[in-house]
Design a protein around this ligand. Sequence first.
Ligand SMILES: C[S@@+](CC[C@H](N)C(=O)[O-])C[C@H]1O[C@@H](n2cnc3c(N)ncnc32)[C@H](O)[C@@H]1O
Length: 205
Amino acid sequence: MRTKYRQWAVDYLDEHPEVVFEQIDFSNPFFLDKPFKMEIGSGKGDFIVEMAKKYPDVNYLAVERVRTVAGMMVKKIVEEDIPNVKVFANDINIIFNEIKDESVDEIYLNFVDPWPKKRHAKRRLTYINLLNQYYRILKKGGLVIFKSDNDGLFEFTNEEFTKTKFKVLVSEEKYEFDSEKDAMTEYETKFRNRGQNIHRIIAIK
Ligand SMILES: C[S@@+](CC[C@H](N)C(=O)[O-])C[C@H]1O[C@@H](n2cnc3c(N)ncnc32)[C@H](O)[C@@H]1O
């Protein structure tokens, strides 16, 4: 995601501690009182803001490691006064060890970076080590929901799931957008406008 350096967006994170978790304390009622779902690599937050509006009885954590991008997401959350989304503006790998076993209802991976070079496969957010982490933190019956335009990443992710204990419920080349239950991400809007197929995988613990 190319974004010009925007200091205001970084400052915005500091100015909104009610939305931004600098550290994550999973004993916070936010993670315990309602179903808890997280998106990893949220970008500017189009998806998570829309989902939070659709499902006010769910609490969402948006994880985005680029602070300027996360700042733009926080602005949307503040301006729309969305109470059920918090943001962790850092790398997901920093908090994995803090997340308790069987504590998450759903994990969304939307248009994550494909890292096309084979030698970078371990950086993909669907590399087996990460899928195993997702398995650990998901509740029984919890889901990973993956969407991507990228053929190579779709193939790789299908293959990685076969090495785990997940059961793949859905693996579709061409996902017809479900406007009732789902929300569009910024990338999804862009790729659909270009007429590209969107792939989707849903895997259950
Ligand atoms: C290609 S963008 C897609 C953004 C958004 N999900 C969408 O569909 O419009 C991927 C985003 O994931 C973020 N990201 C990649 N690896 C991450 C990690 N390990 N932890 C947190 N965020 C990450 C990147 O900074 C980038 O903003």
